[in-house]
Design a protein around this ligand. Structure first.
Ligand code: GLN
Length: 280
């Protein structure tokens, strides 16, 4: 069998299982199975596929047909300007979260040597993208998941910003180290009750720890806001990702903790997604 026919067969299996981009996914999984990039796959589609590679490919197709996200099968995801390693324990970086990077870059275009804290660093996609863009900045990342810290460390090395990053395994409540010019966070903010109604790929495969915001969806956000108000310098900026229906309540929580609201921004789907505020 050649590469192309294997891809067509794979795409058919995916389509029969209602996977939305069957052909593209099949190509990506072929590239993973034969350990090449997609360009190689497209340019060499007539080449025969080796039996061991075909086995690997079919296993990947099987997993994808059960809904496992492509990023967990390839262990990578592109975000902002870089490719990030991901694992089953990390949330997959979302295009909507790039809004945080955009806003941070606008806020810091004349700044040098500032220190940034990220609460719940996950893959590191937010903090590391900023450190890569702003070479004089320093970053500190905390997470309760050791496995996320391992992945963000590897990503920091991959993006060549490892020397500017400190990582701590800590619960947000317990962290007391330092004062920061800028704090960023994309905490879990989905209501516990609706977790199971998220898209199947998300609900079945992404870590609950990174999604579950408790009964009202705000339990992590409350802690993050409270802690940020203690760890931030006066006039420091705080950039927070929120759920589509949380803008008003989060604004009132921020005000109570002494933040001035600069703006709320919408994501690509026109949902409220990010708040920028200043500690006064
Ligand atoms: N935006 C993510 C989703 O839609 C949720 C991320 C989070 O809870 N921080 O699944």
């Amino acid at each position: 069998m050649n590469i192309n026919s294997a891809i067509i067969n794979g795409a058919k299996v995916l389509k029969d299982n209602s996977i939305s981009n069957p052909f593209l996914d099949s190509e990506i999984l072929m590239a993973k199975a034969i350990d090449k990039d997609r360009k190689y796959v497209l340019l060499n589609s007539k080449r025969p596929i080796d039996i061991d590679d075909l086995n690997i490919f079919q296993k990947l197709i099987k997993k994808r047909s059960l809904g496992k996200p492509i990023a967990y099968l390839t262990n990578k995801k592109f975000f902002w300007n870089s490719e990030f390693l991901v694992s089953n324990d990390t949330l997959i970086p979302r295009p909507d979260t790039e809004l945080i990077i955009e806003k941070v870059l606008e806020l810091t275009c004349h700044k040098k040597n500032i220190s940034i804290l990220e609460i719940g660093i996950g893959t590191g996609c937010i903090l590391l993208s900023i450190l890569k863009e702003r070479k004089t900045f320093y970053g500190t990342g905390i997470d309760i998941s050791k496995s996320c810290l391992n992945i963000s460390k590897l990503n920091a090395i991959k993006l060549k910003v490892g020397s500017k990053l400190k990582l701590y395994k800590s619960n947000v409540d317990k962290f007391t180290l330092g004062k920061y010019d800028l704090i960023v966070s994309n905490p879990p903010y989905i209501k516990k009750k609706i977790l199971k109604y998220l898209e199947k790929d998300v609900a079945k495969f992404e870590p609950k720890l990174a999604l579950d915001g408790g009964l009202d969806g705000l339990s992590a956000i409350r802690k993050v806001i409270k802690k940020s108000s203690e760890l931030i310098k006066k006039n420091g900026k705080f950039v927070l990702e929120i759920g589509f229906d949380q803008k008003n309540i989060v604004i009132s929580l921020l005000k109570k903790e002494g933040f001035y609201i600069n703006s709320a921004y919408k994501d690509l789907a026109n949902n409220d997604r990010c708040i920028v505020c200043t500690k006064i």
